[in-house]
Design a protein around this ligand. Structure first.
Ligand code: NAP
Ligand code: MG
Length: 398
């Protein structure tokens, strides 16, 4: 390696897996260079969360990061970790806002686990806009007849007011927004990702109803596409816009193998549908891509707390490390491509192949055992056994 990867360590069971993966699947094979940031909850606390900000800035500097799952503290965690001086914000949220990125989630599929939707032959990637709409909205309840208006006050002094609705009794209200700049970043990240992964891009909103709001999303995507069209044509891929309800019907009838860009709420809902239909959260990769191409790879699942408590009691767990290994694979492949290190790309490809071969040989963690097609012989193993089985195959490939 020439340029270091930004390594963001994390919490609980995934932190244990992180070390096992490094020890067994990376360090024996790669001259590993990383800039290490410990995003474990206690270290975030000690640094007043500065370490999260530093790791995001390092990602901007170097271009590629790999992140372990981390605890986002809530009330219960504050009791569990009395030394916490604050209920620190979600590291993913902090990193996302610094990198101004879009999250792409794609299932890892294997032949012996069939998607619930029979005609899906290739993975469907969800690109979720991660800013605004209902997630940054305000709402209120009113009790009497009356009129609600919405007013924008410009810094120039100009004002714009519209009537939301006149009501004859109790009512609920919601004010939501999005920023043109954020929509544009979302569009750029989606087009760039489609090019990087050579897949068609679908985008859906409800612009027939939300003519101005969703209409703006549609317009910005059209404007940005002009800058990517030549590259799309060269690769033979397509950009396709349709209404969200039409998209849902088409996605179910499709063969898969494309990116589906969704507004924030649609992406939240549809990514759970797609990942469940493909099998399991433990088989879902997640990558944050900024408009300038900066990327951060991670697993889509959390720190698997329940398994961690078993681990603390000395039990061997059967936690699935696939998504975390794939985060490393994605990071190595990207770093190798950026630095022109063919050997590093080759290693990433071989590690990926070793993972697939292990699963094809019927060796898997327990979460997958029940998802396998009837009649296929499988063996449920611990995380350690699974990782060692991958190592054995990787050694042969190398
Ligand atoms: P979780 O860690 O994803 O685990 C939920 C359940 O899903 C587990 O108990 C387990 O089910 C199953 N599961 C998830 N990943 C698995 C894997 N790799 N192998 C096998 N089974 C797996 O979600 P959570 O329990 O809601 O959250 C735990 C912590 O993670 C929280 O503190 C949260 O803040 C954090 N979190 C972090 C991220 C992130 O950093 N990206 C994302 C989400 C949540 P069984 O117990 O039935 O085996
Ligand atoms: Mg959700």
């Amino acid at each position: 390696m020439t340029t270091p990867l930004v390594e963001m360590d994390g919490d609980e069971m995934t932190r244990i897996l992180w070390q096992m993966i490094k020890d067994e699947l990376i360090l024996p094979f790669v001259d590993l260079k990383t800039e290490y940031y410990d995003l474990g909850l206690l270290h975030r606390n000690e640094t007043k969360d500065q370490v999260t900000v530093d790791s995001a800035n390092a990602t901007k500097k170097y271009g590629v990061a790999v992140k372990c799952a981390t605890i986002t503290p809530n009330k219960q965690r504050m009791e569990e970790y009395p030394q916490l001086t604050e209920m620190w914000k979600s590291p993913n949220g902090t990193i996302r806002s610094i990198l101004d990125g879009t999250v792409f989630r794609a299932p890892i599929t294997i032949p012996t686990i069939k998607p619930v939707v029979k005609n899906w032959e290739a993975p469907i990637t969800i690109a979720r806009h991660a800013y605004g709409d209902v997630y940054k909205s305000v709402d209120m309840y009113t009790t009497e007849p009356g009129t609600c208006t919405m007013t924008f006050k410009g810094e120039s002094g100009e004002e714009k007011t519209i009537t939301v609705q006149k009501v004859d009794g109790p009512a609920v209200w919601q004010g939501a927004h999005n920023k043109e700049k954020s929509i544009r970043s979302f569009a750029k990240a989606c087009f760039q990702y489609a090019i990087d992964t050579k897949q068609d891009l679908w985008f859906s909103t409800k612009d027939t109803i939300a003519k101005v709001y969703d209409g703006e999303f549609k317009k910005v995507f059209e404007e940005e596409f002009v800058n990517y069209k030549a590259k799309f044509d060269e690769l033979g891929i397509e950009y396709f816009y349709t209404l969200i309800d039409d998209a849902v019907a088409r996605v179910i009838r499709s063969k898969g193998g494309f990116i589906w860009a969704c507004k924030n709420y649609d992406g939240d809902v549809m990514s759970d549908m797609v990942s469940t239909a493909f099998g399991s959260l433990a088989m879902m990769t997640s990558v944050l891509v900024a408009p300038d191409g900066t990327t951060e790879y991670e697993a889509a699942h959390g720190t698997v707390t329940k398994h961690y408590y078993k681990h603390l009691k000395g039990e061997e767990t059967s936690t699935n490390p696939m998504a975390t290994i794939f985060a490393w694979i994605g990071a190595f492949r990207k770093r190798g491509q950026l630095d022109g290190l063919n050997e590093l790309v080759e290693y990433a490809n071989k590690l990926e192949k070793a993972c697939y071969t292990t699963l094809a040989d019927g060796i898997m963690t327990k979460d997958l055992v029940n998802l396998v097609e009837p009649g296929v012989k499988v063996q449920g193993v611990t995380s350690r056994q699974f990782i060692l089985a991958i190592r054995e195959r990787l050694e042969k490939l190398i």
